[in-house]
Design a protein around this ligand. Sequence first.
Ligand code: C2E
Ligand code: MG
Ligand code: MG
Ligand code: MG
Length: 281
Amino acid sequence: AAKQQGRNSAHFYVDALQQAALERSQMLRELRDALRRQAFTLVYQPVVELATGRIRKAEALLRWQNDAGEPVSPDRFIPLAEEAGLMPEIGEWVLQQAAKQAARWRRLDPGFVVSVNVSPVQFRRERSSVPLTETIASLSGIAVEITEGVLLDADPAVQTQLLRLRDAGVEVAIDDFGTGYSSLAYLQKFDIDSLKIDRRFVQHLHLSGVDLALCEAVIVMAHKLGLSVVAEGIECEAQRALLARAGCDYGQGFLFSPGVPADALTAQLVAGRAAETSSAP
Ligand code: C2E
Ligand code: MG
Ligand code: MG
Ligand code: MG
């Protein structure tokens, strides 16, 4: 019986592997097709200045629906697109799209910035296409979010690109800060402008003294180094209040708004300005 059981679970395992491989190739086919048909969209999540409650920036977040019309999380399809070599092209589309939108919002607020996630593979893209940094430097109103892994990448091409971004004066933020291993030396070397504290440190901030202490320490350290701080994933008022009291510069999260289509964010910006004008003395 034990033998039989072993054989069944082996079959089950192989079937599961085959199933996963099938799903993967199906998703890849649909992704390639989506790229051809320009079937991606962007939503924008407001970044709020905690001291004033004003929306100062927005983060562009990629959205994709598969052929069955179901939204697929970027956490699932981006790693696949990276592996399949599609990310330079998708990333280029994201940058161009976000820059067009940034230009519109900068007519309402000249200081407005749209922040774009840039995948590590975009820094390594082949020489034939336009280098990433050239594209980014030619756009205005765009800031870049990279993960700690990009700072530590041993590939000299990646380091060169990062230094070029710095020289072009492009604002660079470290995303998901606290989950990787970036050193203070790297933050200085590449002239990083801001840190985005990862959601997992914000989540229990109001319940955990340790998490609160971590956030406070990051904020103090960042400010001493001349960096600004964004807290990600603020979902409740208690978290917002503690972060504001700790001097955190900006916040992002479902408490304020999830990622929304551009028009919806425009409406939020216009409403915010109207509220300010009407409350001005
Ligand atoms: P990220 O850059 O750290 O983006 C923040 C993620 O947290 C977004 O998920 C956002 O919807 C979610 N989020 C924001 N506020 C809250 C909150 O209060 N609670 C919770 N539970 N979640 C919140 P999303 O849009 O699913 O994106 C996931 C990740 O996919 C992003 O994490 C980013 O790493 C990647 N990504 C998204 N768009 C792009 C893109 O255009 N290019 C690249 N390379 N990566 C992207
Ligand atoms: Mg991000
Ligand atoms: Mg800089
Ligand atoms: Mg993040």
